[in-house]
Design a protein around this ligand. Sequence first.
Ligand code: BES
Ligand code: MN
Ligand code: ZN
Length: 504
Amino acid sequence: MAMKDAIMNFELRSLDLDGAATHKADALVVLVAQSHKTGMGVLPDLVAAALKAGDLETKCGKMLALYKIPGVMCRRVVLVSCEAGTPKQVRQAVVAAVGALKSAGLKKLAICMPDQADGAMVRSAVMAAADASYIYTTSKSKPEPRTLDQVTVGVTDVAVCQSEFDHATAAVRGVEFAKEWANRPANYATPAMLADAAKELAKLPRIKCEVLGPKQVAKLGMGSFMAVAKGSEEELRFIVLRYDGAAKAEAPTVLVGKGITFDTGGISLKPAAEMDEMKFDMSGAASVLGVFRALAELKPAVNVVGLIPSCENMPDGRAVKPGDVVTSMSGQTIEILNTDAEGRLVLCDALTYAERLQPRAVVDIATLTGACVIALGGVRSGMFASADDLADALHAAGEKSMDLCWRMPLDEEYGEGLKTSFADVANVAGRPGGAITAAKFLQRFADKFPWAHLDIAGTAWKGGAAKGATGRPVPLLLEYLAAQAGQPPVATAGKAVARSRRKS
Ligand code: BES
Ligand code: MN
Ligand code: ZN
């Protein structure tokens, strides 16, 4: 299951607007900021004239397309306004320009950033160019090829932008890996195939992978996870990925990704409309795989463990039934009142497994509830955390990477609906506050470490005509992990930490 690396190459180079005239590419995108200063040369003159005449409107995303300008090497030139040049405006401008050029079959694209562009603007331009040119190909017999393979980002000061540029190119690899796996239909992304993708990742530097099957999972006592998998012909997999970027004694951050490769709802069957979208129910798992792909590129000095409980949720003669009580790895018994609330059932055993890793923090990522889609829509992921510093760090990482989240509450009272006479806990409460009661369920299994939960049900994919995975929250997670590399290490219990800063 090796992924065809139809991936773009990015290059950061010193290029001002005048110098861009002699740059060779199939197309040149010139970002024009409000603060645009007139300069000498063909392109500066042209931009000044277009602005003066009002032919290039200054509203963000407005464009002026030009062709075969004398003295300019690129045949196609698109001027695009980015107003104040905030990262968000840069994103909007680049998406508009790359969208306008997409059908032209261009291979090499140059983006000339405004004068004095900083790292944040460059990061945004790189992410946006990748996003706007992404094409899914795996299950197409005659895929529309992604022709764009080289993007040059021109800035006046390379040194100022280099580290953010490197972060962005790593993030792009991760996002595209996550999109690829999330987009695949369930018959192209079974639990075993996800495990193989993880094993492929382990060929990259500093990454290791271990895959557990049904027997090993049974031995661990993951009765809750096994209950979900029971109705499917596809065998479950429990994937353990490690990225070793720091000293052994340094406590890892653990990422847990929901890996339901298809969610029919089980015996509590979902309605037919849009059920196909439940192939995206392993987007949390895909984001964990994507983060590891990006870590191999960025190589930050942190330790990370990825846990992916993966199976299908199917109705069957052997499927778990509403009212069945199962025993989780933690020993807590769970009454499964609704088999469609399966995400929390696979995650709770993975959270218990995480205890043995003595983590500095555990973050689970899951397309967990339709209620979260109602609460926050597709703009921000729901974020729940048992510790304020972890919540603050995740929130900040979301803002910086433009992969937003919003903290949600975890008051005791929200857990009351999970009480039952027949087990320690039920897997569902009523409809009110559904995203929160799901988080309260998970919290019962996450009391041994700082814990956060990202409900990405609204943000992991887009429905409708432009249906497809977004690769979120890979940028948020990568930013969070990279920020940790700059902080004092946390030791695993009983071990001293001497952080080794490895090269390569
Ligand atoms: N995978 C779904 C959540 C989901 C639904 C994500 C729609 C995106 C769009 C999850 O397994 C689920 O079915 N949750 C139920 C929980 C309910 C039974 C308490 C839901 O949200 O309806
Ligand atoms: Mn479900
Ligand atoms: Zn689900």
